[in-house]
Ligand binder design. Structure first.
Ligand SMILES: Nc1ncnc2c1ncn2[C@@H]1O[C@H](COP(=O)(O)OP(=O)(O)O)[C@@H](O)[C@H]1O
Ligand SMILES: [Mg+2]
Length: 366
């Protein structure tokens, strides 16, 4: 598994100590972090546990968490740097920049609407949010975000189209901006994978703080192509509250895990509807998001009600979150992402932010 910040394997980085497994299937794994108060500790623990439990011989995992001493930390940083340098820079997106793929088992659950609103909410905090609409056959983000025009190339790179949101910005690339619908419909297999790779490799995503990627439902190849180019990519899984929908979403999660893509959280959409008389109706069942998040051991990040503002906002290219109260559910979702799920690069501090400080300290000592 990868260190979420350094983007290199934690074994390679020397963060994993001894590992033992007894006959009852109980594994004891020693993991050393770079700092005690590592904000990513929870995620690292979860990932290690999951990786160990994936082995047939292991039925229970006990983690022994420790902290690297100064020389070990310095060695780790040297190693991290070498690994980073040896990897040819495939893209203009640094490995520390969080990349979130919005996924679902089936269409029509609100993936694109959530991508648009999340992008706007994150941008409204003064950040630059890249949005890649990789839904080749059902692109919609240009319309949802109110962005249209021709994509220009500069220095051989596609320039995403921009929209200012308060002090922040959205940068969008969508199949809809490049090809017409009939053309895209003919694309299959390798052609699709190539097109998606070009969106990452041959586009100018410099300066973005996040990249959100909307994908067509249930297409493993696109997710795998993206994961190869963006090893830090995690998935946010969108489901409706119906138990049947939750099973479909669970299959998508299963596929993600097999492709080594981390599922970071579940978003339940169309959770309920409050009518004018104030009565709440559960039109699409109840409990699907909660059940899915429990079965995947990932957080349920938001339960978003059916809200006409969301569909109407989408029709007008003015995502509902633009007019939502600052404590509304869409803003809350963005806050969860910023604080717990995928803090922006530099806001965390386990390892990457300490890089220079450590280098200086070690440099002085040598
Ligand atoms: N929370 C919501 N409240 C009201 N309408 C919604 C909500 N989420 C999505 N919709 C509507 O449902 C339809 C499908 O949403 P969309 O975002 O296109 O789904 P997907 O991308 O998963 O196919 C759209 O018409 C959209 O406006
Ligand atoms: Mg969609």
């Amino acid at each position: 598994m990868l260190d979420p910040e350094l983007g290199a394997s934690i074994v390679e980085l020397g963060m994993v100590g001894t590992i033992s497994v007894d006959e009852s299937g109980r594994a004891v794994v020693e993991v050393s972090l770079t700092t005690v108060g590592c904000p990513l500790r929870g995620q690292i623990e979860r990932d290690v546990r999951e990786a160990a439990l994936a082995l047939d011989e292991v039925s229970q995992v006990d983690l022994v968490m420790g902290v690297l001493d100064a020389p070990a930390k310095a060695a780790l940083m040297r190693k991290a740097r070498t690994i980073a340098q040896s990897r040819a820079p495939l893209t203009s997106i640094p490995v520390q920049t969080p990349v979130l793929m919005i996924a679902s088992g089936k269409g029509g659950v609100g993936k694109s609407s959530i991508t648009a609103n999340l992008a706007v909410a994150l941008a409204s905090t003064g950040r630059t949010i890249g949005v890649l609409d990789a839904d080749i056959w059902g692109f919609s983000l240009g319309r949802l975000l109110g962005v249209s025009g021709d994509v220009q190339a500069r220095a051989g790179k596609m320039q995403p189209l921009e929209r200012t949101i308060g002090k922040g910005r959205i940068k969008l690339l969508s199949m809809g901006l490049l090809a017409d619908e009939d053309q895209a419909l003919l694309w299959r297999g390798l052609m699709v994978q190539k097109a998606v790779a070009q969106f990452i490799e041959e586009a100018d995503w410099s300066d973005i703080d996040y990249l959100l990627i909307d994908t067509p439902p249930g297409t493993g190849d696109i997710a795998m192509t993206l994961a190869r180019l963006l090893p830090q990519m995690g998935q946010l899984l969108v489901t409706t509250p119906a138990i049947a929908a939750q099973r479909v979403a669970a299959r998508a999660a299963d596929f993600a895990r097999k492709s080594n893509i981390r599922v970071l959280g579940v978003i339940e959409n169309m959770s309920g509807f409050t009518c004018e008389c104030g009565k709440r109706h559960h039109l699409f069942g109840e409990g699907g998001g909660e059940a899915l998040s429990r079965s995947l051991s990932v957080p349920l990040l938001a339960e978003i009600d059916l809200d006409p503002e969301i569909s109407e906002g989408g029709d007008h290219g003015e995502p509902a979150v633009l007019h939502e109260r600052s404590d509304g559910i869409l803003h809350q979702l963005a806050e969860r992402i910023l604080v717990d799920v995928a803090p922006p690069a530099g806001a965390v501090g386990c390892s990457a932010r300490m890089l220079d400080a450590i280098d200086r300290a070690v440099g002085n000592a040598l």
